[in-house]
Design a protein around this ligand. Structure first.
Ligand SMILES: O=C(O)CCC(=O)C(=O)O
Length: 328
């Protein structure tokens, strides 16, 4: 990796000059390989410990899985309030252990087919799985998860932006501090990502961690994004310490799902276990949103998720079905 001032060999050649206002010139995996180089990590490598394994249960059948993902989740009003205040919420038991196990096994096969076995230390990703895999489609179009997204955003209806598999392989470092409003090229902050762990995720495995509060962005709005090095990640971390911004960093139990708003600043620790830290991450946005006029390279391969939609256009392509409605 080359993170000297002014260069980063993970940036596609076309993106090396100029500012952020340009299209990403690589593919989605190139984007992740670049993005994790923007996180500050401890210099000394540490020994990896054993991970928790997959839930020790019989995997759900297709029917059981589809049925569970279609059923509404009993969302307490206090959770909606917490999401409105903190910009994230963690919900227990959204998925049962047999469903997590079935999804984890399918995801393992999909990731292996795409990336092979030689992935130690990397952040491997897969997007738009719902277009060609039945189980991943059941997740991305899940009335349970989409319904939670609509309820938490307090929107009548939400559309799918994309699905995503995020595999932090053993030894991979941190995810840089960021908020997703700069990732999604949408003229709304009414967007939310469901982060769906594929096993228990203990602290040493790199669970997603969240800065508390909808207004945290104001604390760091003057900091410049750094497309070649770790200065933005470090400056955000330092600012949070200086301004005493509370950060929630806790393990996830099997079946827990977190939802973070596009305004939520979040990061994830390194994976110091021998097991890949895997999560599905599905993003939804308020029906009626439009694409921004000038997407940036931080928006990555956004055109794949909104085919045929140009800057300024209505974000409602055939790949953005309405998947969640707010129940009265
Ligand atoms: O899984 C990670 O480490 C990062 C995920 C993330 O940033 C997101 O889902 O918005």
């Amino acid at each position: 990796m080359n993170n000297q001032i002014g260069t980063n060999d993970r940036l596609p050649e076309k993106n090396r000059s100029g500012g952020l206002e340009q299209d990403w010139a690589g593919d989605d995996q190139d984007w992740w390989d670049w993005y994790v180089t923007l996180a500050k990590n401890a210099d000394a490598p540490t020994e990896l410990v054993e991970g928790p394994g997959l839930p020790d249960v019989t995997p759900a059948t297709d029917d059981e899985l589809v049925h569970e993902l279609a059923e509404p989740y009993d969302l307490e009003p206090s959770m909606v309030e917490a999401f409105g205040r903190e910009a994230f919420v963690r919900l227990p038991g959204v998925l049962s252990p047999p469903v997590v196990r079935r999804l984890a096994e399918r995801l393992e096969a999909l990731l292996k087919a795409e990336h092979g076995d030689d992935v130690a230390g990397r952040f491997t990703a897969l997007e738009q799985m719902w277009l060609h895999d039945d189980l991943m489609r059941a997740v991305a179009l899940s009335p349970r998860i989409g319904g939670l997204a609509a309820a938490l955003l307090e929107e009548p209806a939400v559309r799918l932006y994309h699905d995503n598999a995020l595999s932090k392989e053993p030894g991979c470092g941190r995810t840089p501090w960021h908020h997703d409003a700069e990732h999604f090229p949408l003229q709304t902050v009414q967007a939310v990502t469901a982060w769906i762990p594929m096993s228990a995720i203990p602290g040493l495995m790199g669970p997603l961690s969240f800065a508390r509060g909808r207004r945290v962005l104001e604390e760091v709005a003057d900091l410049d994004f750094d497309k070649v090095g770790t200065s933005y990640d470090e400056a955000v971390a330092q600012r949070f310490v200086e301004r005493q911004v509370a950060v929630e960093s806790r393990p996830f139990a099997v079946g827990d799902i977190s939802f973070h708003s596009a305004l939520c600043f979040h990061t994830a620790g390194p994976n110091r276990t021998t097991q890949p830290r895997r999560a599905l991450a599905t993003t939804y946005f308020a029906d009626g949103a439009r694409v921004v006029e000038s997407p940036t390279l931080i928006s990555g391969t956004w055109r794949d998720f909104l085919p045929g939609v140009e800057p300024g256009g209505l974000a409602a392509s055939e790949l953005n079905p309405v998947v969640g409605r707010n129940r009265p």
